[in-house]
Design a protein around this ligand. Structure first.
Ligand SMILES: [Zn+2]
Length: 292
C-alpha cells in the first residue's frame, strides 16, 4: 500500500499526515516556532520533525506546502514572509536526504487547490483556485497539474484594479488584495465598526461598502474568467467561508461583467468546506500526482 506524507507548513503550526487509500491518517500538529528555531536552521529543523514523524515508515513521496514562493523547479524556497529562516534554502534536497523519498515542495495555495479540486471531482479541465484569507492567493490547474509560468507565480491578489490606488503589502498600489482580503476587512472593522466582531463584518457593512467589495472582487474574477475560461473556480480560504460572504451578489455582479452567453451563463463558483487536514491532503495528493 502506498503511503504518502503530506506536510502543511504554516506560520503557527506544521501539520503532518499520511495519505493512505485516499484518506489522511495519523495527523500530527506541531508548533512552527519550535521546529524552525532548531540550532541547525529552519530547513534542518523541518527535516528532523519529518524524520521523527516517519519513524520506520518508508514513504513513496512527500509533499510540502509552504506559505511562500518556491523556485520554478521546486528546488529552492525563495521567500516565506512568516518564516524568514526558510528564505532562500534548498529545502527539497534537505528533506530528500532526511527521508530518502522524492519530495515535492510547492506553495500552499497550489496544494490546497489541488486537494480541493479532487474532493470536488474536478480532476479534468481548467480550475482556477481563488483563496481569500489574510491575503489573496491562487493557482491554475490544467487536468490536475499546476500551470507553471515563467517564475511559477500565480498571484491573483496583486492584479491591479483600474482606478484604485490603496497601497498593498507588496509595494504596489491598487491591488485587488488591498480591498477584498482579510487585512482590508480588519481595517474596515477597526475604522468603522470598532465594537464589532470580524466574523460579522459582511453583516456590519453598509450597502455601499458591500457593493464596492463585491464589485472589486467580481472585476478580478471576471478577468480570470475571460482569460482562462475555467471549468470551475474554487472560492476557498477563511473569508469565503465566513457567514454573510455575499455569494449571490458576487455571482450576479460577475455574470454582468462576463461575456454573454458564455462564460456568463456557465459560471461555476464552488465553495469547499475546509478542515484541519485540507492542507495536508492537498500536499499529499500533489506529491502523488507529481509522481505520475
Ligand atoms: Zn499587491
Amino acid at each position: 500500500m502506498l503511503n504518502i506524507l503530506g506536510v502543511d507548513v504554516g506560520g503557527t503550526f506544521v501539520r503532518m499526515g499520511t495519505l493512505r487509500d485516499g484518506k489522511v491518517e495519523n495527523l500530527v500538529k506541531r508548533s512552527s516556532s519550535e521546529i524552525f528555531s532548531a540550532p541547525g536552521g529552519a530547513a534542518a529543523g523541518l527535516a528532523q520533525a519529518l524524520k521523527e514523524y516517519a519513524g520506520d515508515t518508508q514513504f513513496a513521496a512527500v509533499g510540502v506546502g509552504i506559505p511562500g514562493t518556491v523556485s520554478r523547479d521546486g528546488e529552492r524556497v525563495l521567500n516565506v514572509p512568516n518564516i524568514p529562516g526558510l528564505n532562500d534554502t534548498p529545502l527539497r534536497d534537505a528533506l530528500t536526504d532526511a527521508l530518502n523519498a522524492p519530495v515535492f515542495v510547492e506553495n500552499d495555495i497550489t496544494m490546497l487547490t489541488t486537494g480541493d479540486s479532487i474532493r470536488l471531482g474536478l480532476e479534468r479541465g481548467v480550475v482556477f483556485g481563488c483563496y481569500i484569507g489574510t491575503g489573496l492567493g491562487g493557482a491554475v490547474l490544467v487536468d490536475g497539474k499546476l500551470l507553471r509560468g515563467r517564475s511559477a507565480l500565480c498571484e491573483p491578489g496583486h492584479v491591479p484594479i483600474y482606478g484604485l490606488d490603496r497601497p498593498c503589502g507588496c509595494g504596489k498600489t491598487g491591488c485587488a488584495e488591498a480591498y477584498v482580503a482579510g487585512r482590508a476587512l480588519e481595517r474596515l472593522l477597526a475604522e468603522k465598526y470598532p465594537d464589532g466582531n470580524i466574523a460579522d463584518i459582511f453583516d456590519l457593512m453598509s450597502e455601499a461598502e458591500l457593493s464596492e467589495y463585491v464589485d472589486i472582487l467580481a472585476h478580478l474574477l471576471a478577468t480570470a474568467m475571460q482569460l482562462l475560461d475555467p471549468d470551475a473556480v474554487i472560492m476557498g480560504g477563511g473569508v469565503c467561508a465566513m457567514s454573510g460572504f455575499p455569494r449571490e451578489l458576487l455571482l450576479e455582479r460577475l455574470s454582468q461583467l462576463c461575456m454573454k452567453p458564455v462564460p456568463a451563463s456557465t459560471l461555476n463558483l464552488l465553495y469547499p468546506v475546509a478542515s484541519d487536514v485540507s492542507g495536508v491532503y492537498g500536499a499529499a495528493v500533489f506529491a502523488r500526482n507529481s509522481l505520475i
